[in-house]
Design a protein. Structure first.
Length: 447
């Protein structure tokens, strides 16, 4: 073992020749490269990905004794699972030296989601009749969705290339646009799972989140013998399209109208235990980790389909924004009447719940392991897995009122996205113990 350890150190300290290639994380193909007699490059990729997500959905409790570090105790409510199968297809075309154009098309083969009752489930009493009101029906099963959420177009530029100057690292920057093209998602439930408390069962429910997104980032790597460490940072910004569930709340009086901004950090290394550079053959083992920060925003959650299909919200004669039990629409003396929003609010209140909710900011962490083999110059194969965890966070956290418009304890400018049964402190839901397991296998053909 000591000899092997010393060998790794020695190899890692050796300088590389100019034939060194960037790793899978920072590699950029090129074209019109006279120095390397490479007039044109094009890569085709195809891969399969299976993801499994599970969460425990809890709710703030008004009856249990809270911990000393929190305002409320929490009660177990639901268990959520989601299984997704995706076929990832990609095209990478070299444009000039270390500059390439990439097209990506993830095809969702199947997306299934289910919400079941936890053994501790207890509903609250929100009516004067003293009977608990179930906000949604359990067990709840979403329809099995399939199709295209988005396609991506992007430019990748290798600012520095260790293969050209062996004293430099590989430094890559990219900008990518993701364009939502599939049928927009709408709350729905699977055929046969609906009861008197659900609506919209039997439809497919759409597949696209209805977003156009901008993804930008930078990546660094440096080959040191058989080790090739890397580091990267990126940001993802989303912009809702018209005609989606985001549009339901897109009017004055709604605070959050955008999805979360996601900032990602990746780091790790590839280990190359075997390589024949002159034949462009090698074996790589990738070990990596990373994290993401999700800002507060309006998002599809584990409760999206169940809330949007709930008969409870569809049958509400009015939305009690301030939680006083009165219909502010028909209360001429109410504070909110002076803003003359009656007609608009009445129209919005007849559609039930849109399904989307405001989500608290949270972080996610993950580790990744893969094995990549390049048996010949023009082909690569990769297989691996990813294991992730999300920190606990509220998934119904819509503010009741516009900032600065609470006078004498009365909201003068209500937030149309707010529902007291879900968003009032003491009634809010949150996701805990969220785990994500992903398996992937892909192939790359290089010309």
């Amino acid at each position: 073992m000591k000899k092997l350890f010393l060998a790794v150190i020695v190899l890692g300290a050796l300088p590389l020749s100019s034939s060194s290639q960037a790793n899978e994380f920072t590699d950029v193909i090129d074209a019109f490269d006279k120095e390397n007699a490479d007039p044109f490059d094009i890569n085709l990729s195809i891969g399969y990905e299976r993801s499994y997500r599970s969460s425990l959905i809890r709710r703030e409790s008004l009856t249990k004794t809270p911990h000393s570090w929190d305002y409320y105790a929490y009660q177990n409510m639901f268990e959520y699972t989601q299984v997704t199968h995706v076929l990832n297809m990609g095209l990478d075309i070299g444009l000039y030296k270390d500059l390439s154009f990439r097209l990506g098309l993830p095809l969702i083969l199947n997306d299934s989601r289910e919400l079941t009752a936890h053994d501790d489930l207890q509903w609250r009493d929100h009516d004067a009749d003293g009977q608990p009101d179930a906000l949604l029906t359990l067990p709840f099963k979403s329809p099995e969705r399939s199709g295209i959420d988005y396609f991506s177009l992007g430019l990748w530029w290798g600012i520095l290339d260790q293969g050209r100057v062996d004293t430099q690292p590989n430094w890559t920057v990219f900008a990518e646009g993701r364009f939502g093209v599939g049928d927009p998602m709408k709350p729905a439930c699977a055929s046969g799972s609906g009861t008197d408390d659900t609506i919209g069962c039997g439809g497919q429910g759409g597949i696209s989140r209805g977003l156009n997104e901008l993804h930008v980032g930078t990546r660094l790597s440096r080959r040191l013998g058989i080790l090739d460490p890397y580091f990267g940072f990126s940001a993802l910004l989303g912009f809702p399209k018209d005609g989606t569930q985001y549009s339901v709340g897109d009017h004055k009086g709604t605070i959050n109208k955008l999805p979360p901004i996601i900032a990602s950090l990746d780091f790790g290394m590839e280990i190359i235990p075997w390589e024949v550079p002159e034949q462009e053959r090698k074996l790589s083992i990738g070990i990596g980790a990373g994290g993401k920060y999700h800002s507060e925003g309006r998002e599809y959650t584990a409760l999206f389909d169940a809330l949007g299909s709930s008969q409870y919200f569809a049958n509400q004669p009015f939305v009690d924004f301030n939680g006083d039990g009165n219909d502010d629409e028909n209360n001429p003396g109410g504070q909110v009447d002076r803003y003359e929003w009656h007609e608009e609010r009445a129209q919005k209140q007849t559609n039930g719940h849109p399904g989307l909710t405001d989500v608290e900011n949270y972080a996610s962490f993950y580790g990744k392991l893969f094995v990549m083999v390049q048996p010949a110059k023009y082909v690569k194969f990769r297989v691996g897995g990813l294991w992730g965890h999300e920190t606990e966070h509220f998934i119904t956290k819509t503010d009741q009122c516009q900032t600065g418009y609470i006078v004498g304890g009365v909201c003068q400018w209500p937030n149309y996205g707010h529902r007291p049964e879900l968003d009032t402190p003491g009634d809010r839901f949150r996701a805990e113990k969220t785990l994500v397991w992903t398996f992937f296998i892909d192939a790359l053909a290089m010309f």
